[in-house]
Design a protein around this ligand. Structure first.
Ligand code: CP
Length: 320
């Protein structure tokens, strides 16, 4: 908690721009908040009187609900605006939408958008903090933070741990944010999947690239499976989902290729029977629902830190 005063960012746009120390400050805050939400009285008064707007212009279940629950645990008022019910459908620009939300007394905007760079663009025009809840195939910073938090809960540290991210890397903001987060925290990251979805150029990010399933997972301490994002693919990246499953799907038989204590992760939503079989997703090796739960504490930490900078109040820590 004492490190919170070192946090200096109003916005959280991506993990790429964060230092290891900044990532660790968020994870430390999340650990404190996880302890508070495990109490019988789960709410803290930290953001009482603040209004947080969830501007979700792309579908979401986990991220939207987790941000909403996190804001309510911090005693903030929450308003959710979704794409289909916003005036975006009448042709309003994103900038006008955000300026109007700010004029309606929002103290923070949580934003999901299909365009990479949308939160960064808005942060130039909006005074209140902007938190990126996923922008196109660019970044999903709070997902990577909750993934790192979940791994550190199990392993103590990520230093030297081998993490394989398997699936649709090319179109995945989760993969990009995780590559930055996990490597900065000392993990050895392997990206795996068909060469069309895992191009060799990703190796420039300081990771291994592998196109053979068995080789890619046999030494892993954790395997993070990703959904095939058909909605983002504009050309054919493989012949069929069936072929993908045959070559790269994780099933009971292939579980034997993994180390006995290797963890199975997935950011959700899962396409059961495509990238992972149900019996594995629901097995004791899976930490998928732990990831979801940890998303609340991580988002409380992010909102607390960014609001503190916006309010210039971290010199006097906000009450927990
Ligand atoms: N992991 C994730 O971003 O899930 P949602 O799309 O449901 O928010």
């Amino acid at each position: 908690m004492e490190n919170a005063s070192k946090w200096s960012r109003k916005d959280l746009i991506g993990i790429e721009e964060l230092t290891r120390e900044e990532i660790e400050i968020i994870l430390e805050m999340a650990k404190s908040f996880k302890a508070t939400i495990e109490r019988s009285r789960k709410k803290v008064p930290t953001l009482r009187g603040k209004t947080i707007v969830n501007l979700f212009l792309e579908p979401s279940t986990r991220t939207r609900v987790a941000f909403e629950v996190a804001a309510k645990r911090l005693s903030a008022d929450v308003v959710t605006v979704q794409g289909s019910s916003s005036s975006q459908v009448k042709g309003e620009t994103l900038k006008d939408t955000a300026l109007n939300i700010q004029a309606l007394s929002a103290d923070m905007i949580i934003m999901r958008h299909s365009a990479a760079g949308a939160p960064k663009y808005l942060s130039k025009y909006i005074d209140v903090p902007i938190i990126n809840a996923g922008d196109g195939a660019h970044e999903h910073p709070t997902q990577a933070l909750l993934d790192a938090f979940t791994l550190i809960e199990r392993f103590g540290s990520l230093e030297g741990k081998r993490i394989t991210i398997l699936g649709d890397i090319l179109f995945s903001r989760v993969a990009r944010s995780n590559i930055w987060a996990l490597t900065k925290l000392g993990a050895e990251v392997t990206l795996a999947g068909p060469s069309t979805l895992v191009p060799e150029r990703f190796a420039k990010m300081g990771v291994h690239v592998c196109h053979d399933l068995k080789t890619s997972i046999k030494d892993a301490d954790a395997v993070m499976l990703l959904r095939i994002q058909r909605e983002r693919q504009t050309t054919t990246h493989f012949p069929s989902l069936g072929e993908y499953t045959a070559l790269f799907g994780l099933n009971k038989k292939r579980l034997e290729w993994l180390k006995e204590d290797a963890l199975i992760m997935h950011p959700g939503p899962i396409n059961r029977g495509v990238e992972i079989d149900s019996d594995l997703a629901d097995s004791g090796r899976s930490v998928i629902l732990d990831q979801v739960t940890n998303g609340i504490a991580v988002r409380m930490g992010v909102m607390y830190l960014c609001m503190g900078v916006s309010e210039n109040s971290l010199a006097e820590p906000l009450p927990l």
